[in-house]
Design a protein around this ligand. Structure first.
Ligand code: HEC
Length: 123
């Protein structure tokens, strides 16, 4: 586990290097823990940079839906979501499948990851 983190930290510093503020230790930890989970469970649909896919999959990056419904994020990951929904002014109508595999702790890590990594931290 230690080895994994020491690999991720420089990577994450690189990823975040272009932002205005440097991430603190808590944020670094959240990013390191969420990275693999995102890759395994979400990346195929929502993309490497959370950019989504055309008119099919909504973006996670700078998503107004996440900003407006921060408490619904763990819920839709766990239970899925039947379309339609409006994200950044665009309408999406596919369904997102429920994820029953993630533990509650992993769910929490993923939510933190999405907030920090994709600019959804809000105010
Ligand atoms: C099989 C493809 C698929 C997978 C895998 C998937 N999603 Fe989604 N996701 C969707 C679709 C499609 C929607 C839009 C659902 C709708 O229209 O109601 C969506 C919507 C969302 C939204 C709300 C809209 C937005 O873009 O802000 C969030 C947040 C989200 N997904 C997070 C995740 C996370 C985190 C994971 C990994 C645990 C994940 N999704 C895995 C397809 C997927």
């Amino acid at each position: 586990m230690k080895k994994r983190i020491s690999f991720f930290v420089p990577l994450l510093v690189g990823l975040l290097g272009c932002g205005d503020s440097q991430p603190g230790p808590d944020q670094m930890q959240a990013l390191a823990s969420g990275y693999g989970l995102y890759e395994t469970h979400c990346l195929n649909c929502h993309g490497q940079e959370g950019e989504g896919l055309a008119n099919l999959i909504p973006p996670l990056k700078n998503s107004d839906w996440i900003l407006q419904h921060p408490d619904s994020v763990p819920y839709i990951i766990r239970h899925g979501k039947q379309g339609p929904m409006l994200v950044n002014g665009k309408r999406y109508s596919l369904a997102m499948p429920a994820n029953k595999i993630l533990t509650n702790e992993e769910l929490q890590m993923l939510c933190n990851y999405i907030r920090i990594r994709f600019g959804n931290a809000g105010k």
